[in-house]
Design a binder for this molecule. Structure first.
Ligand code: NDP
Length: 295
């Protein structure tokens, strides 16, 4: 952890739960932190912790060489950054946009920044609020490497792991959406599993330890599947996709026997059936990646 002096300064725009957590972490690390939020009044506790409250976004960005943006999405960050007074105040300064959105929106914002003399880094936060300022936070960054290195001491004040993924500004968002794909399909699967379990008289807390067991086997499967996908092997030796189709159908039938919508699993089973219909029934589920990747 670098030593922060009074010369370290950052502005944070957006004081939702994540923005507030970022501000607290910067303050705890001794970084002079100026804050602004669209709806006034959200900075009260932060000011008590030592944050400087700005009356406007333009006043806020003028206070620091680096502005971290953490709002709901890029419609929101555009609404803040692309106002003339704010854009003018940002000329020659750096924005690190840690709001979540798509790779295309990140690249579009980088183009806008270049046209307006704003130095731009994009990023994504992969872990919940409680991890910020602890070793458990995970931050992804993309954009010019020299700009990232320049601001790294301040960004590192947020704690956790910071990874610069490359010069393509959209790369952090590309990792973010890929990882959110895993998270939200898994969480939707878990919610659906709890609904089936409940219909079968099993409480959520009774199932939870076994659900955690399923979670624990995933990392090794992720690694092995990634190697298969990169090598194009799609081996079904231990678990052919015909067997996957069978177990998926058990979920669908049990779900629908209780009148529970099985749409998510039906979508997954549909992909598996397409692989089997294409004569790849002896392959593993990784063959789905090849199917989906065809354009
Ligand atoms: P939200 O995603 O709900 O974002 C709230 C913030 O967005 C508030 O500051 C809000 O301002 C601002 N906002 C919304 N619309 C506008 C607008 N049109 N103009 C200006 N500001 C606007 O809460 P979080 O703080 O939790 O999330 C911020 C970002 O961090 C999101 O992109 C989220 O995906 C990401 N993130 C959050 C995590 C979490 O655990 N919370 C985890 C990882 C990433 P106002 O108060 O005025 O409404």
């Amino acid at each position: 952890m670098p030593t922060h002096t009074e010369q370290s300064a950052v502005t944070v725009l957006g004081l939702g739960p994540m923005g507030r957590a970022l501000v607290s972490a910067f303050l705890a690390a001794g970084v002079r932190t100026t804050v602004w939020n669209r709806t006034p009044g959200r900075d009260k506790e932060l000011v008590e912790q030592g944050a400087i409250s700005a009356a406007s976004a333009e006043e806020a960005v003028s206070a620091s060489p680096l502005t971290v943006v953490c709002v709901v999405n890029y419609d929101a960050s555009d609404a803040v950054l692309r106002r003339d007074a704010v854009t003018d105040a940002l000329k020659g300064r750096t924005v690190a946009n840690l709001s979540a959105d798509t790779p295309d929106r990140a690249r579009d914002t980088a183009r806008w920044a270049q046209e307006h003399g704003v130095r731009y880094l994009d990023g994504a936060i992969m872990t919940p609020v409680a991890t910020i300022g602890t070793p458990h936070g995970v931050f992804l960054h993309s954009g010019p490497a020299d700009l990232y290195e320049e601001h790294r001491p301040v960004l590192d004040a947020l704690g956790g792991t910071h990874t610069h993924l490359g010069e393509d500004t959209g790369r952090a968002a590309a990792y973010d959406v890929s990882l959110l794909d895993i998270f939200w399909t898994a969480m939707t699967g878990y919610m659906h599993a709890l609904a089936i379990a409940k219909a079968e008289g099993i409480s959520a807390q009774e199932l939870a330890p076994f659900a955690a067991g399923i979670g624990a086997i995933l990392p090794a499967i992720f690694e092995a599947s990634a190697a298969e996908v990169d090598n194009g092997t799609y081996s079904g030796e231990d678990n052919p996709i015909t067997s996957t189709a069978s177990t998926m159908s058990h979920v669908i039938h049990t779900s629908e026997s209780h009148g529970i919508d099985a749409g998510v699993m039906r979508a997954a089973e549909g992909l598996v059936r397409r692989v089997i219909d294409e004569d790849h029934g002896n392959d593993g589920a990784t063959r789905i990646v090849e199917l989906l990747g065809r354009r």
